[in-house]
Design a protein around this ligand. Structure first.
Ligand SMILES: [Zn+2]
Length: 509
C-alpha cells in the first residue's frame, strides 16, 4: 500500500511497510481508568480508529491492541480519598470509557488487555531484565530499570539520557540514579492488600510503564508495526517502554505515531475544564456523530483548539453532508455495501488518506462529492445520485462518521431534530386518537369520561379547545417538548449502547 505515516522516532514521513505481508499490528496506550472520559481522552482513540479503518479498507488483517491501566498511583489515591475499593473505581470508569467509545462509533480493538490481568507476564519481564543486567532490586523489594545499561535510551525522543530525569517517580531511596525508573513497586503499608501480588521480590505491584511492554509482547510478539498514543506519552512513558522491550531483546515498535492534544484557550485540557468537556455534557449540546466529526476533521498531529465554535462548525458540516445522504437515500434507497477499497474511492481522497491520514484534505473531497450529488438530485439523475451517495457514505465511514451508520440509531437523518420531528409526529397522531375517544364519550353523553380525558391531557401540558368545527389542541412548551424528546432519544441510544456493550462491527465486516 502507498500509506506514509509520520514516525516520531525517525522524525520523518516514512512508508508504511507491514512486518508481515497482509497484516498490520497496532498497540495503542489506552486510558488510566481513574476519571470520566472527556474529549481530550477520546481524541487518541478517534485518531487511531481512522488509521485502523484505513488499514482495513486497504485489505490488511489488523490486530489492534488498546490496553486499560486499571492499577496505578492515581487510582489508589482516589480510592483512599473516597473510601471505595480501588478496583470498583477502575471498573466504573472503564465502563464509562467503553460506553464513550461505543457512543462515538469507534471500532472495538481486537483486545483490550488490563494491567491487573497480566501480572505474571510483567513479573517474567522484570526477571528477564534483571538477568540481562538491565534492572536491580532495592532493600524494600522494589525493582528499577538501570537507564545507564541501555545504550539507545533517549533515541525515541531524541534526547540525551543525561538530561532525562524520571522525576515522575516519587522519591525512592532505593534508586541508584535519578535517571532510573521503577519496574516493580514493593507494597506500602498504606496501600490496600488487594493492590499487591506475590513476586520473587515480595508483595508488590507493577509500575506503570511495564504493562505495555509485557502486553504488547503477549499479543503482538517481539516486534509489531505501529505504536500509538498522545504526544504527552512520548516521555517518559514511551521512552521507558522502549527501554524495557529493547532491554529484553525485543525489537518492539517499528513506527511510532503520536496524536496532538485537544486544547482549550491554548492550554492542554485540565481536569476542571475536562469536567465541562466530558462526553456526557457535550451530548447535551450536539449529537454523537457531530462530536465525532469535530474530532475527525483535524489532522492527528495538529492540535484541536476546542472552543464555542468547534461544535457549531462540525454541526454545519454534518448538516450539509447528512442532509444530502438523507435526501439521496430517500430517492435511490440504501447502497448495498459502502465498503469501497482505496482504488475504488475518489483518487483525491485516497491520496489524502495515504498522506499521513490527511483528514482535512479528505473532507474537502467529500464536500466536492456532496456538491456533485446535490446537482444530481436537482437534475433528477438517479445513476449519479446513487454513485455520489455511495462515495460520500464510504468516505465518511473511513472517518468514522457515516451518516447512515446504524451506530447513530439506524437512521440516515441522524440528527436529533429530525428524530424529534418524527417522534413529535407520532405524539400528535396519538393525541388526535385520544381526542376521538373523547369525542365518542361526548356523543354518548359520558361527561365524566370526557372530563377525565381532558384533565389527563392537561396534566401533560396539552390544552384542548372545543369549537363548533371540532376540538383543537395546543402545547405551551411544544418547542421545549421537542428538544426534550431529542434528548430523551439520545439518552435512550446511549443506554442501549451501554446495555449491548461494544457494538458489533457492521460495515467493516
Ligand atoms: Zn503504554
Amino acid at each position: 500500500m502507498d500509506l506514509r505515516l509520520y514516525d516520531t522516532k525517525s522524525a520523518a514521513l516514512v512508508p508504511f511497510e507491514p512486518l508481515q505481508e497482509g497484516k498490520a499490528s497496532i498497540y495503542l496506550c489506552g486510558p488510566t481508568v481513574q476519571s470520566s472520559p472527556h474529549i481530550g481522552h477520546l481524541r487518541a482513540a478517534a485518531s487511531f480508529d481512522i488509521l485502523v479503518r484505513w488499514l482495513l479498507r486497504s485489505g490488511l488483517d489488523v490486530t489492534y491492541v488498546r490496553n486499560v491501566t486499571d492499577i496505578d498511583d492515581k487510582i489508589l489515591n482516589k480510592a483512599a480519598d473516597s473510601g471505595e475499593p480501588w478496583w470498583a473505581i477502575a471498573q466504573k470508569y472503564e465502563r464509562e470509557f467503553q460506553s464513550a467509545y461505543a457512543t462515538l462509533g469507534m471500532i472495538p480493538p481486537t483486545i483490550e488487555p488490563r494491567a491487573t490481568g497480566h501480572i505474571t507476564d510483567q513479573i517474567e519481564l522484570v526477571q528477564r531484565l534483571i538477568e540481562r543486567g538491565h534492572a536491580y532490586e532495592d532493600e524494600a523489594g522494589s525493582v528499577y530499570f538501570d537507564v545507564s545499561s541501555q545504550p539507545d535510551y533517549g533515541s525515541l525522543t531524541h534526547q540525551n539520557p543525561a538530561d532525562l530525569l524520571n522525576d515522575d517517580e516519587e522519591s525512592t531511596p532505593g534508586k541508584r540514579s535519578p535517571h532510573d525508573f521503577a519496574l516493580w513497586k514493593a507494597r506500602k503499608d498504606s496501600e490496600p492488600e488487594t493492590a499487591s501480588w506475590p513476586s520473587p521480590w515480595g508483595l508488590g505491584r507493577p509500575a506503570w510503564h511495564l504493562e505495555c511492554s509485557a502486553m504488547s509482547k503477549r499479543y503482538l510478539g517481539e516486534a509489531f508495526d505501529i505504536h500509538g498514543g498522545g504526544i504527552d506519552l512520548r516521555f517518559p512513558h514511551h521512552e521507558n517502554e522502549q527501554a524495557q522491550s529493547h532491554g529484553a531483546g525485543w525489537d518492539f515498535a517499528n513506527l511510532w505515531v503520536h496524536n496532538a492534544w485537544v486544547t482549550t484557550q491554548g492550554e492542554k485540557m485540565s481536569k476542571s475544564v475536562g469536567n465541562t468537556l466530558a462526553l456526557d455534557s457535550l451530548l447535551d449540546q450536539a449529537s454523537a456523530p457531530v462530536i465525532r466529526l469535530a474530532l475527525s476533521s483535524v489532522h492527528h498531529r495538529s492540535t484541536i483548539e476546542w472552543g464555542p465554535r468547534t461544535l457549531e462548525m462540525a454541526q454545519a458540516n454534518w448538516d450539509k453532508i447528512a442532509g444530502f445522504v438523507r435526501e439521496a437515500t430517500g430517492v435511490v434507497g440504501e447502497p448495498e455495501s459502502i465498503f469501497l477499497t482505496p482504488t475504488e474511492l475518489p483518487e483525491g481522497f485516497t491520496q489524502a488518506m495515504n498522506d499521513d491520514l490527511n483528514v482535512s484534505a479528505a473532507l474537502a473531497v467529500i464536500h466536492e462529492h456532496v456538491k456533485l450529488g446535490r446537482k444530481a438530485l436537482a437534475d433528477g439523475e438517479e445513476e449519479a445520485i446513487r454513485r455520489e451517495l455511495l462515495l460520500v457514505r464510504s468516505m465518511m465511514d473511513v472517518l468514522g462518521v457515516d451518516p447512515g451508520s446504524p451506530n447513530w440509531g439506524g437512521n440516515t437523518s441522524s440528527d436529533a431534530s429530525a428524530v424529534g420531528e418524527q417522534t413529535a409526529g407520532v405524539a400528535a397522531a396519538l393525541i388526535d386518537e385520544v381526542l376521538q375517544l373523547r369525542q365518542r364519550a361526548r356523543e354518548q353523553k359520558d361527561w365524566a369520561q370526557s372530563d377525565d380525558i381532558r384533565d389527563a391531557l392537561a396534566r401533560l401540558g396539552i390544552a384542548i379547545k372545543d369549537q363548533p368545527e371540532g376540538t383543537t389542541w395546543g402545547h405551551e412548551g411544544w418547542a421545549n417538548y421537542l428538544s426534550g424528546v431529542s434528548r430523551a432519544y439520545q439518552g435512550l441510544r446511549r443506554a442501549q449502547v451501554e446495555a449491548l456493550g461494544i457494538r458489533k462491527r457492521t460495515d467493516e465486516g
